[in-house]
Design a protein. Structure first.
Length: 420
């Protein structure tokens, strides 16, 4: 952020009003999308509002109200959020301009309204606001602007329909992807599209496909909205749990908890600022939220520590039954694809094969070897890498083993093998 601050000072020195406003707006967006800092976002938006008034710039004055509204909505102050959106949209409407930037911002405001209603759980109101955005985009005449706007509209509608109709959500996300250009492959809306398609697959119990979409989303490194990332971590943990990858499920659950902790910290700072600045909001509601968030932060702190402990303990459980030297020797045999691995494993875990064959004589030698690797606490991903297999192949093999062992759906294969 120091780079933006430096550029703002340079723009001020040369009295570049439009550039100053653009840079302050970028700072607010950075704190919204990437930095998860609601206090700084509100501060940047407030500065932007005053500067825009000073320069008589209606576009950026409206944008400032949008950023303020987003900061309020992410802290569950929905009435204040909607109030600021109404003010901003009125500013744009009263400008009565056919400027393409004004038209795009009017559409963005309806999308912002939709986001607030979505957070409130008023999904049909959210969809109606997005359809208003679609109607405004019809005013665009430039083909590329129109394509980009439609790419955005379809993506947003896909996200909105997730809680209403999965078929519609899938259709809109897929339509958005068909309009995607190479430059938009790492766009936050592409990120949302993959998350939507992952969720649809997850709800339909197509866990392999869900994981494929979620991994595509995870590959996008930049421009990721933290609320979508929160959903991604939550759903990936669920998918891995369904695929019996308990360690990976725990890793993503831990990532989710850490992100929630970061968000709660930011919300806590934001509410302290509201209280300190004596802003005209429901003080009883603010104080109650402040107390709740403080308790949440304490709870999340203990959860993070506990989850880290569990992860470390799981990794050490197998090593505790072996010397570190023996464990590493077995892992090295797997890495080298050495056919003597199972014999070496049997020396450390006597009668492992015999016990499995007693449970199910149908198990092949390759399946017993896979179970031995699971007993060493290797994840599906690690097994796939060592054996030069597709991740899905390992998942399918695990599924066949479960069928042969006649394991109930609720039984964790990793834990079951650990008891052999």
């Amino acid at each position: 952020m120091s780079d933006i601050d430096t550029l703002i000072k340079e723009a001020e020195y040369y009295e570049k009003d439009s550039l100053i406003l653009e840079l302050i707006a970028n700072k607010a967006e950075y704190n919204y999308f990437l930095n998860t800092d609601f206090e700084q976002m509100l501060e940047s938006a407030s500065i932007l509002k005053e500067r825009a008034k000073q320069y008589n710039n209606h576009l950026y004055e409206a944008k400032a109200h949008k950023y303020i509204a987003q900061a309020y909505s992410l802290n569950e102050l929905y009435n204040k959020s909607l109030e600021n959106l109404e003010i901003g949209l009125t500013i744009l409407d009263e400008s009565k301009s056919d400027n393409i930037l004004i038209i795009m911002e009017q559409a963005n405001f309806h999308t912002a309204f939709a986001n607030v209603y979505n957070l409130k759980g008023e999904y049909f109101s959210s969809i109606q606001c997005l359809l208003s955005s679609v109607n405004i985009h019809q005013k665009l005449t430039d083909p590329e602007w129109k394509r980009g706007a439609t790419f955005m509209d379809y993506s947003n509608l896909g996200g909105a329909y997730l809680n209403v109709n999965l078929d519609s959500a899938k259709v809109y996300a897929e339509r958005s992807i068909t309009l995607m250009t190479e430059k938009e492959e790492t766009h936050d809306l592409t990120y949302l599209n993959y998350i939507v398609l992952g969720r649809v697959s997850l709800e339909r119990a197509d866990y392999g496909k869900a994981l494929e979409y979620y991994k595509m989303a995870e590959k996008i490194q930049d421009n990721k909205h933290f609320l979508n990332t929160k959903d991604l971590y939550k759903k990936m943990s669920q998918v891995y749990k369904k695929l019996d990858s308990t360690e990976l499920a725990m890793i993503y659950k831990n990532k989710l908890t850490e992100l929630e902790f970061e968000i709660s910290q930011s919300q806590n700072k934001f509410l302290r600022k509201i209280i300190h600045d004596n802003q005209p909001v429901d003080s009883q509601h603010i104080n109650w939220m402040y107390i709740v968030l403080s308790l949440v932060l304490v709870g999340l702190s203990f959860t993070i520590l506990f989850q880290r402990y569990i992860l470390n303990r799981k990794k050490k459980n197998v090593q505790n039954s072996l010397t570190p030297e023996k464990y590493n020797q077995l892992i090295q045999l797997i890495r080298n694809n050495d056919p003597s691995f199972l014999l070496a494993f049997e020396k450390e875990f006597p009668n492992f094969t015999q016990k499995l064959q007693t449970k199910s004589p149908e198990l092949t030698l390759q399946e017993i070897e896979l179970l031995a690797k699971i007993r060493l606490n290797l994840s599906n991903k690690e097994i796939a890498q060592f054996k030069f297999l597709q991740h899905k192949t390992v998942q399918n093999n695990r599924y066949m083993i479960r069928k042969k062992l006649n394991l109930p759906a609720k039984t964790d294969l990793n834990k079951w093998v650990g008891n052999i």
